[in-house]
Design a protein around this ligand. Structure first.
Ligand code: GLP
Length: 260
């Protein structure tokens, strides 16, 4: 991959159109997870009332495992932390093991001392879809916005469930999932027919309003999309994650296999 970056130890800075984007390349999944967990820990130490934006998918599982360890062994305190998850499938039951609600309890919330009332996930079965989106935006605003947003990326470049399109939503919205995403995410379901066709997702505006953004990327399957994002020096709604390049404090923490 041809990317323009200057190496500073294992910390690299991409120079893209004059904007400096932090790129940290880690040897493997464990060290990537460790690195981002340390970042989260440092932010919590600086601000015990931190508002965290949280992601799901396979990539952040190692981060959550490490945060659980830090809570148990080092007393990392989540009692005043507020969290907002990026997205949820529409129509899925909360107790369905494929729901993001279940995922968050399984991998993080049930094992740390975050208060139930401080951990927000967009509703899977709202009676009024538009109202639910507005309410989620208001909740985020009401808590002062997101301090640190954790992100993964889809193979097609989506962030949260903001799928490639001619235009992207600023606020929380209902999104029709693309066939690509339905297929890729079918690994979390018993069959492809079980994958919900729509989701409720924070918008690009919600994500870009975060004070700090950290994107975790691991695995050779993400190499093609990351190559586009990091080497083409373009921003496009057809690759939603490319918009992060405009953010003033974004760090990509990637594993070496993404560069292959
Ligand atoms: C899902 C989520 C995204 C996530 C993406 C990548 O579609 N909505 O927030 O970033 O999957 O998931 P994974 O980490 O499993 O590759």
């Amino acid at each position: 991959m041809v990317i323009l970056y200057r190496s500073i130890g294992n910390r690299d800075r991409l120079i893209l159109g004059g904007n400096r984007v932090k790129l940290i390349v880690k040897k493997d999944y464990e060290s990537m997870s460790q690195e981002v967990a340390n970042m989260v820990k440092n932010e919590i130490k600086k601000n015990p009332n931190l508002v965290l934006g949280l992601a799901t998918g396979s990539t952040p599982k190692g981060l959550y495992k490490e945060l659980v360890r830090m809570h148990r062994e080092e007393g990392l305190d989540f009692s005043n932390i507020i969290s907002f998850n990026l997205d949820e499938y529409i129509g899925i039951k909360e107790k369905d093991p494929s729901s993001y609600n279940y995922y968050m309890r399984e991998y993080l919330f049930d094992h740390i001392n975050i208060k139930d009332e401080n951990a927000f996930i967009p509703p899977a079965k709202p009676t009024d879809l538009d109202r639910a989106c507005e309410e989620y935006d208001d909740l985020i605003k009401g808590k002062g916005g997101i301090d640190l947003q954790i992100l993964g990326v889809g193979e097609n470049g989506h962030i949260a469930f903001n799928e490639p399109d001619k235009s992207l939503n600023l606020g929380t919205s209902i999104i029709e999932l693309t066939e690509d995403t339905i297929e890729v995410n079918s690994r979390f379901f018993e069959s492809i027919d079980e994958v919900p066709r729509s989701a409720i997702s924070m918008g690009i505006g919600n994500i870009m309003s975060a004070k700090k953004i950290v994107m975790l990327v691991s695995g050779g399957n993400k190499a093609p999309i990351m190559k586009k994002i990091l080497s083409e020096k373009k921003v496009s709604t057809e690759i939603p994650a490319s918009i992060l390049l405009l953010h003033q404090d974004v760090t990509f923490i990637i594993t070496e296999d993404v560069l292959n």
